[in-house]
Ligand binder design. Sequence first.
Ligand code: NAD
Length: 353
Amino acid sequence: MEQKTYSLVIVGFGGMGSYHVQLIEPCEHLSVTGVYDLVDYRMELAAAKGFKTYDSLEAVLSDETVDVVLIATPNDVHKSIAIQALKSGKHVICEKPVTITSADLLDILAVAEEEKRIFMVHQNRRWDEDFLIIQDIIQKKKIGETFHLESRVQGANGIPGDWRQLQAYGGGMLLDWGVHLLDQLLLLTGSKIDSVSAELSTILCTEVDDGFTSNIRFKDGLTAVIEVGTTNFIKLPRWYVKGTEGTAIIRDWDLSGEIVVNNPDVIKVEPKPIQAGQGLTKTMAPPSEESTLRLPIGKPESTKQSFYDNFVSVIEGKSEPLVKNDEVHRVLRLIETIFEAAEKQVILKGLEL
Ligand code: NAD
């Protein structure tokens, strides 16, 4: 029997909604057939691309030819659109952050279960090359046992001038970029979180955070610094990871970076003192060239985004979801913990997260 191609309607045809068209194109069994957006101009763009346009969300949901609703609206309305779509018998793909609170996600999942429909969150940065490289370095112990990592994204332009600056829409950088970096972090270790501290920044935007730094300690001893900035005219490396045998760095999305590790074939050479400012130091000398190896960071074997193929396969009961809702829920709980730690200005310890 020929495999069905599922018809998908995009709700919210802005920056990300329209990008999904391009992302879904290679997926053989998922086809974007229509669009609904509140704004006429966005609907005109969709119509010009040959998509069916709908006058209302109700019109999308009552169209029996539609199998899947993809939600790419601002964050505050994800929950209500998702619940209405699930109750109308549609499967749902939802953009990140799936909801503003972890309790809201549970409400959606209860409806998905009741209606026996698939609900999956588009955590697309699980397929980013820089992340896959770091995951490979850690899993293969290329720098020994990893004990500390720093993951950052930094821009210089503040928050783009739209709903992301407003609390009512679920704006702010912790919910926007933080959700990606924290989702990646939790995939790098099987350990539970022990403690969290955090600082939010409100330099260019006072209503929501325009950046944050969070220090997260896991029960297995791994420590992490997660940072999002929008006020950085010079940025720090995207990844900086320390292991017992070496250090890995990825400077940017161009994947410039390197790994420096102990050379197992050479007996460690005593460091020579270097001139450092007004003094000499052996402690801060770089590792000797003879006793270390400088390696390329490598490239992941495949970065093909398998999200949509997986979604179809999950609908057909053939696969487990690659993005699991309990993982997404854990990230939202961590975000809530970060907000709490920042607000109380304390290290939240003894967490079971
Ligand atoms: P955007 O402002 O460019 O687009 C949002 C669109 O939704 C607009 O066209 C707006 O008119 C429409 N809209 C608003 N409320 C609506 C409603 N109730 N019904 C129908 N349409 C509605 O925003 P964006 O940057 O495209 O972000 C949209 C979502 O995608 C957000 O949740 C954001 O976090 C997410 N996003 C994800 C990624 C990623 O890499 N996964 C990247 C960017 C944005």
